[in-house]
Design a protein around this ligand. Structure first.
Ligand code: NAD
Length: 332
């Protein structure tokens, strides 16, 4: 299939482009590189359109020229804290931009859509592991912006009978391409594994762990770390299973939770180095423990995470960070 990967120069998008190509599909990156990396298209040897998704003419041209069958929509802003400070920017880029994409798709009669949603749509869940039936009560503008898009997709599918979509709710994306070609390069970086590895490498001063008195086995927060290649593969399976009238809403996680302390210790074991960690008080807004019940993804997509061992996930990230301590454009 010809797949327009919106946000394909970013972290999860780029890894999905690589897996799409390996699976025999034709991915085209569409990205304004505001938070992504131009280098990705060259590394992966795929066509790219460097433009904003709000540029309707450029978007229409890309859909037409590359005879796109499916749009995978990774492009968004994704910092919870920033979304609290700049809610309009988040609703603009995560909701209004998506409306623009959907309009362009409808005009071009491109009816297949795979959307990057998030476990943040659940907010603080009542039950762990989290199933898709859990109440949707996001606690940040970021989470709400994603839930709004899920509603838009459901409404659109009511009136556009050909429209088929999947909304995939990721847990904590982590790791890097197993062959070291692609990595995680956010600025600022807020994800736990890269932050620990950067602290170990000395490219950041250290890390603070927020809270050691949570009701978890070692007192630190518990999260579900899912390898980015597993996420990518779930997108391909979802794309292949899209059907009109049968929207797919799926959690993508491993089903296992690991504490912050366990991740720090695993990173130290993988790298053979001590992480400069400070233990501080709790941070407002952090849920105690979040991990997925991934059974619906198994049933609907025939998908299950393969790279579940945090050692493997962290090793894949370490391979890339050791080789690219300053990211894609930095010097080795
Ligand atoms: N990383 C995670 O753990 C995680 C978890 C849950 C959900 N998600 C969602 O997955 C998606 C991808 O996350 P990521 O970590 O790869 O983010 P990322 O920032 O690395 O990638 C997003 C890409 O979208 C591009 N982009 C943003 N706005 C654009 C616009 N208006 N026009 C064109 N391009 C634009 C950016 O330049 C960037 O390359 C996001 O939608 C995010 O909300 C991520």
């Amino acid at each position: 299939m010809n797949v327009l990967v919106a946000g394909g120069a970013g972290y999860i998008g780029s890894h999905t482009v690589k897996r799409l190509k390996a699976a025999g599909h034709k991915p085209i990156i569409y990205d304004n590189v505001s938070r992504g990396h131009r280098e990705v298209a060259d590394i992966l040897k795929v066509p790219s359109v460097i433009a904003d998704l709000n540029d309707r003419a450029a978007l229409a041209r890309a859909l037409r020229e590359y005879q796109i069958d499916t749009v995978m929509h990774f492009a968004a802003y994704a910092y919870v804290g920033e979304s609290v400070e700049k809610p309009l920017m988040y609703y603009d880029n995560n909701v209004a931009t998506t409306l623009n994409v959907l309009r362009a798709m409808q005009e071009a009669n491109v009816s297949r859509f795979v959307f990057s949603s998030t476990c943040a749509v659940y907010g603080d869940p009542d039950k762990i592991p989290i199933t898709e039936e859990e109440k949707k009560a996001p606690v940040s503008p970021y989470g709400r912006s994603k839930l709004v898009v899920e509603w838009v997709l459901q409404d659109l599918a009511q009136s556009w009978k050909d429209f088929k979509f999947a909304a995939l709710r990721y847990f904590n994306a982590s790791g890097c391409a197993m062959d070291g070609t692609l990595g995680e390069d956010h600025d600022p970086e807020t994800h736990l594994i890269p932050v620990i590895l950067q602290a170990i490498l000395g490219t950041r001063p250290g890390i603070t762990v927020f809270g050691t008195d949570y009701p978890t086995p070692d007192g630190t927060n518990v999260r579900d770390y899912i390898h980015v290649d597993d996420l990518a593969d779930a997108h391909i399976l979802a794309m292949e299973r899209l059907q009109p009238g049968k929207p797919i809403f799926c959690n993508l996680g491993t089903g296992r939770g690991f504490s912050v302390k366990e991740i720090v210790q695993t990173a130290e074991a993988v790298t053979g180095k001590k992480a400069p960690v400070t233990y501080g008080p709790r941070r407002a807004g952090d849920a105690i423990a979040l991990y997925a019940d991934p059974s619906r993804a198994r049933t609907l997509l025939g998908w299950e995470a393969k790279l579940k061992d945090p050692k493997v996930i962290i090793q894949s990230a370490w391979n890339w960070f050791e080789d690219h301590p300053h990211g894609y454009s930095g010097q080795k």
